[in-house]
Design a protein around this ligand. Structure first.
Ligand code: TMO
Length: 316
């Protein structure tokens, strides 16, 4: 196989050299990202490319993107990933393939009934009084905030805002939803990490905690904000971006795909509906992607129309 592909390269030029290399698409640990990774993969396969799905966490992905060992990350969120993204992008080590027409938010969140158990919410200052209702048997009276595995200095924020809380971190999104479901069934107070667009809000009406407004200086300048000695005395952005990022290798080897991906767009509603198919209809990310690719054929065929791999007939 390899030998044949090398022969093609000599025959038809560098455009086809890409064929000998699979496109490595990053798969992370929450539904919508898994689905988009599978959608891209399904499209690439239908166009004639070879694809590998690479399961890794967000904190591992940056180094692999920068060293060209993985190629494509379809969901980079401002609230949790902007620091690392900005650092690598500024150094020219990753490629920005553009934003979706999506407005994102990621932060502390609770189902609505919690408001009556902690009066003053959504204002974060309410948590200074009623942290006790969020305590668990092992938290020694402190409130418990249940976070996902995504990087954000939650403990730094708790410290800077002088909140009497501890962070309990779970492994992936479904672990968060298990905790949420259990609390809702017993109408117990619960504070979890959540985000939009996501399927959760349509099933469990809820709200984000309103922390002090986010600003870049909040994360770099200790004197900024309510706490004059510490950084992170603010919330995450309320209208954050969602973008696609690739390795440098990807745009060199697959310029046509890179161009098309940069025009690939989705709305908040579409991402919510996609994630609901995994979390409510219990389909796998791959099944959801197959359904999407089938139902939106004209849309993606148009977008990727220039990128189809057509081997010269003489080589068959
Ligand atoms: C990155 N995430 C959407 C899970 O916050």
């Amino acid at each position: 196989m390899k030998k044949r592909l090398i022969a093609f390269t000599m025959l038809v030029g560098s455009h086809f050299s890409a064929l000998s290399e699979p496109i490595r698409v990053v798969v992370n640990d929450w539904s919508s990202q898994r689905i988009l990774a599978n959608i891209a993969s399904q499209i690439f396969i239908r166009l004639g490319y070879e694809v590998e799905l690479i399961n890794i966490t967000v904190d591992v992905q940056w180094y692999l993107l920068k060293t060209n060992r993985v190629d494509l990350q379809l969901e980079v969120w401002e609230g949790t990933m902007e620091d690392k993204y900005a650092q690598l992008h500024k150094a020219g080590e990753i490629i920005d393939l553009g934003n979706y027409s999506v407005v994102t938010r990621e932060d502390w969140w609770y189902p609505l009934y919690v408001k009556s158990l902690c009066p003053g919410l959504p204002d974060w200052k309410a948590l200074k009084q009623c942290y006790g209702v969020f305590a668990s048997p092992s938290s020694r009276g402190r409130g418990v905030y249940i976070a996902g595995p995504w990087e954000k200095p939650e403990r730094a924020r708790i410290k800077a805002l002088e909140l009497n809380f501890i962070v309990e971190q779970v492994d992936d999104d479904s672990a968060l939803w298990v905790r949420l479901k259990r609390a809702v069934e017993q109408r117990r107070p619960v504070l979890i990490f959540n985000w939009t667009p996501n399927w959760v809000g349509a099933v469990y009406p809820g709200e984000f905690v309103e922390f002090p407004e986010h600003a870049l200086e909040c994360e770099t300048d200790p004197t900024w904000g309510a706490n004059s000695r510490l950084e992170y005395d603010c919330g995450n952005p309320k209208s954050g971006w969602l973008k696609k990022v690739s390795s440098r290798r990807f745009v060199k080897l697959f310029p046509c795909l890179a161009k098309s991906i940069s025009s690939f767009d989705l709305t908040n509603e579409e991402i919510e509906q996609l994630s609901a198919q995994v979390n409510r209809e219990r389909l796998s990310p791959k099944q959801v992607a197959q359904r999407w690719v089938k139902d939106h054929r004209t849309r993606w065929e148009q977008l990727f129309s220039e990128c189809k791999v057509t081997l010269p007939t003489s080589s068959r």
